[in-house]
Ligand binder design. Structure first.
Ligand code: NDP
Length: 255
């Protein structure tokens, strides 16, 4: 097997929500495999700092600061890519938020915010990317699923619904876009060490639960998603369509 199978040289990738956390780790991994990266986030300062750090490491990177839930901003960002000659070969729909609350206390606005950020954004950004990819006859889209694409837990209903939706969005995109040379797949991380889980990591009882339920007996590190992301972004996955690959220390196997 040649390493060129996994090379992303001359490819351009947009990773949404890549100023920190899993998106940032994936962006670095894709860049190290040779891709030029467009980093995204809403906090301009954090985005700039993340971008400068990657540039200092000799990686090819630019920034597009926009809110993935703001359709007009998404469309404007893609129009700017068109004007600047930025053609996306790879899109990682990663931006997401969590919100922990029992459903009887949850407002409709809170429900909608999670669905908009985690699911509707993947449709909107995916649609804008796919229009261009279809015209060129190729592309790779990676959606961010989760263990909760399969597993419901108390206090995270909109998150779980959004991630279950990501699984079917991935299949729906496949049903429509595979014939145009676009592979759409998803990654389903288990419990990973990022800002999103800060409160949970500090909770000894929850920490015990994660270690007890995960066959690998530990939390995942963001960089442990990179191999799967590079595989799904590269020619190595050219006949892999509509899958969700769990990177979860085995948790899904023992549910
Ligand atoms: P973090 O909270 O660490 O980072 C979230 C990133 O998303 C930040 O870069 C943030 O930008 C960006 N973001 C949030 N909202 C928006 C928005 N409206 N528009 C653009 N960017 C936005 O999260 P994680 O890295 O932990 O999670 C990343 C993805 O992985 C999410 O989809 C999450 O659901 C999923 N996931 C995470 C797991 C985990 O255990 N951590 C497990 C399974 C799935 P900014 O810095 O500007 O706020």
């Amino acid at each position: 097997m040649s390493n060129s199978l996994f090379s992303l040289k001359n490819k351009t990738a947009l990773v949404t929500g890549s100023s920190r956390g899993l998106g940032h780790a994936i962006a670095i991994g894709l860049a190290q495999a040779g891709a030029s990266i467009v980093l995204n986030g809403v906090d301009q300062e954090r985005l700039q700092a993340a971008s400068e750090k990657m540039r200092d490491e000799g990686l090819s990177v630019s920034e597009a600061c926009f809110d993935v839930t703001d359709e007009a901003s998404v469309i404007a960002a893609f129009e700017a890519f068109d004007r600047e000659g930025v053609a996306l070969d790879i899109l990682v729909n990663n931006a997401g938020i969590q919100l922990r609350k029992p459903m009887v206390e949850l407002t409709t606005e809170e429900w909608q915010r999670v669905i908009d950020t985690n699911l509707t954004s993947a449709f909107v950004v995916g649609r804008e990317a796919a229009k261009r990819m279809i015209a060129r006859g190729s592309g790779k889209i990676i959606n961010m699923g989760s263990l909760t694409s399969e597993l419901a837990r108390a206090t995270v209903a909109p998150y779980t619904v959004s991630k279950g939706g990501i699984k079917m969005l991935t299949r729906s995109m496949t049903a429509e876009w595979a014939e145009h040379g676009i592979q759409v797949n998803a990654v389903g991380p288990g419990y990973m060490l990022t800002d999103m889980n800060e409160a949970l990591m500090a909770n000894a009882q929850f920490d015990d639960w994660v270690r007890g339920r995960t066959p690998a007996r530990r939390w995942g590190k963001p960089e442990e998603l990179v191999g799967t992301a590079v595989f799904l972004a590269s020619t190595a996955s050219d006949y892999v369509n509509g899958q969700i690959i769990y990177v979860d220390g085995g948790m899904i196997s023992v549910l």
